[in-house]
Design a protein around this ligand. Sequence first.
Ligand code: SF4
Ligand code: SF4
Length: 396
Amino acid sequence: MTDHNFSVQQLLEMAACTNCQMCADVCPAVKASQKGDLSAVARMQGLKKILKRRTGLLRKLFGVAEPTAEQWQEFSNSVFRCTLCGNCHEVCPIGIDLKELWLSIREDLVNVKQFPKKINMIRNNLEESHNVFDEDNEERADWVEDMRAAPDHGYQKDRAEVVYFTGCVAAYFPLAQKIPIALAEIFEAAGVDFTLMGEDEWCCGFPLIGAGLKDLFQEFVDHNLEAVRAKGAKKVIFACPSCYAMWQEHYPHEEIDIAHASQYLLELLQAGRIPLKETKMTVTYHDPCDLGRGTREFDAPRDVIRAIPGVHLVEMPHHRENCLCCGGGGNLEMIDAKLSTAIAKNKIDDVLQTGADAVVTSCQQCVRTMTTYAKRNKVPLQVMDITQLIKTALGD
Ligand code: SF4
Ligand code: SF4
């Protein structure tokens, strides 16, 4: 890990940091831990110190020592205790591409073997099972068996117009499986010709990028693209914002249209294909980091919510670009579950300020993180994905 691992642009951006600390003010990890060393500005300072000690010429000329084990540990701790929420990136007045920087640093730390042990688990799980939880990949579509009236083909057709890419969390976590079940029922009601890929769906690769394991990533991209092409699909739908963002950014998909579920639901609603009944509820909307700040989709989910007769949408103090992270991103839950929970607490506090009956989001991981916090702490709040809200409002 030396200057050469960073682009000229990244080195110039780091040198331009004005130390204004705005990134620290909005960082959910700093707020939850009350530790300034988790902030973007402190992390960059740590990086500069490490780079100084690793630059060959300086070491030769001035006899500068390599970073000590303690210095590596301290730096690595900060790097992997970040949810990759992108809020620092959003507010940085000089536009430093901080999110990309965090990903490059993770990759470099993996290369120099300075990373938490859990990273090895992520690598092994994905290499061996093609999903992040080390489950049997053949069971990826087993949630279909929990549906009230699933067809014999179990939504695994040879060919279909639309592929629904479920993602690992929705495929395996019982709590999150309600999302694909809801989406499949909505697709049925709207007459969408869709298929799942079952065991042919592999993880989208986001946990690999987030863990700094980019070397494995391409195999996952190639496999998933081939599996989608084999279905002859024109469109791929994702209810998971991280899968959607990965496809948008890293999958060459010129011939395939991709959309997040909220965008496709809006399309179906506007075409009058989803019958809705009046549903009296006051809800607030949580922008998932990867969908909102990541892909700049703030409006489609809100338009879907507003399209349901009887549903009243109220906003949280922090919403859209400034939405607080739920604590579930960046593999943080695996690295430091306590910090992830403390971040979720601050999120739920923001939700409760609205007085809404439910917080609706568009992400299986956000649903998991917020539900787990609310249940464990007996917070009387419903947490639901936008697909679940639409399913609740499905008319005849
Ligand atoms: S990405 Fe989010 S958690 Fe990470 S440093 Fe930036 S604001 Fe903090
Ligand atoms: S917001 Fe940007 S310029 Fe300000 S301290 Fe953070 S990284 Fe530096």
